[in-house]
Design a protein around this ligand. Structure first.
Ligand code: A2P
Length: 303
């Protein structure tokens, strides 16, 4: 089983990275420090997680050289017209002068207003989405920060095929990855195929089904866990690596952090079971976008 994958830039990316979303302040630093101690060399961050300062402190405390760690971060929606400004904040928080990978967090621009700098709403309570904003303009800025060398590779997150097709019309640099929710209840086969044809790798967020996961208690996944003598979480992490996807499990629990760094080979028949669970009726997303289904997100459920 590969321990790393190759991006379309030629750079290598560890197959398993630690997710840092929803890790509370105070917890995330400890989790990152432990992860680096037990061998993780890949961290998935974002400005909107509002904990990059602590992640940066933990990286420095770990003593692991910067160049040995693959670090990803993401432009937040309210910064889509100011990508370079968002990047500067992240670099400062993480205490580094470059990122290995920088992603557009969602294909949505939110306009900051007096209601909030990060989650602005309109007077009627709806999200302050800029519907006239063209994502191609955000991508152009991503290409610029990539050329500046402050970011070694660029990609997107939460992009469905229609959005990618729109971007494709003007991209000069092909995204290196698309980071999306992936697990057996939401395998996104069509998106995976589309991206593979363009040389875009998928990164799996919420690979375990997030908090109060329906997947960890699924009898079919439990049966595979018993067969391979591993935990259901290890089955879910291994599933992604076996299908060629980068996987970003999150945990703040030391023993789980250690466990989640292991992926095992899964036989073709068992992979077929995991790959067809959604087609057989177990279809569920655990992270529902906040920006409204009128933006073309509906097709995610049937991918
Ligand atoms: P905790 O952080 O308390 O350890 P996902 O990566 O799909 O978003 O899932 C994250 C959730 O799964 C968190 O609630 C995390 O709990 C839990 N989790 C992480 N690793 C494991 C594991 N090996 N076994 C069971 N639950 C896990």
């Amino acid at each position: 089983l590969p321990e790393s994958f190759k991006l379309n830039t030629g750079a290598s990316i560890p197959a398993i990275g630690l997710g840092t979303w929803q890790a509370k302040p105070g917890e995330v630093g400890r989790a990152v420090l432990h992860a680096l101690k037990v061998g993780y060399r890949h961290l998935d961050c974002a400005l909107i997680y509002q904990n990059e300062n602590e992640v940066g402190d933990a990286i420095r405390q770990s003593g692991v050289p910067r160049e040995d760690i693959f670090i990803t971060s993401k432009v937040w929606n309210t910064y889509q017209a100011n990508v370079a400004e968002c990047l500067e904040q992240t670099l400062k928080s993480l205490q580094t002068d470059y990122l290995d990978l920088y992603l557009i967090h969602w294909p949505v621009r939110l306009v900051p207003n007096e209601s909030s700098a990060l989650f602005p709403v309109n007077k009627d309570g709806t999200r302050a989405v800029d519907r006239s904003w063209n994502q191609q303009d955000t991508w152009r800025q991503m290409e610029e920060v990539c050329k500046s060398g402050k970011v070694k590779a660029i990609g997107v997150s939460n992009w469905s095929i229609p959005y990618l097709e729109h971007l494709e019309k003007t991209w000069k640099i092909i995204p290196a990855v698309n980071q999306v929710e992936l697990h057996p209840y939401n395998p996104q086969h069509k998106l995976k195929k589309w991206c593979k044809e363009k040389g875009i790798l998928l990164q799996a967020y919420c690979p375990l089904g997030s908090t109060s996961s329906p997947l960890l208690g699924d009898p079919d996944i439990g049966a595979l866990a018993e067969k391979y003598k591993v935990s259901p979480a290890t089955v879910l992490i291994s599933y992604q690596v076996n299908r060629g996807c980068i996987v970003l499990p999150k945990s703040v629990t030391p023993a789980r952090i250690e466990q989640n760094l292991t992926a095992i080979p899964i036989g073709a028949e068992d992979m077929a079971v995991l790959e067809s669970m959604a087609a057989n009726g177990k279809q569920q997303r655990v992270n529902t976008p906040l920006w409204g289904h009128d933006l073309g997100f509906d097709d995610w459920y049937n991918a």
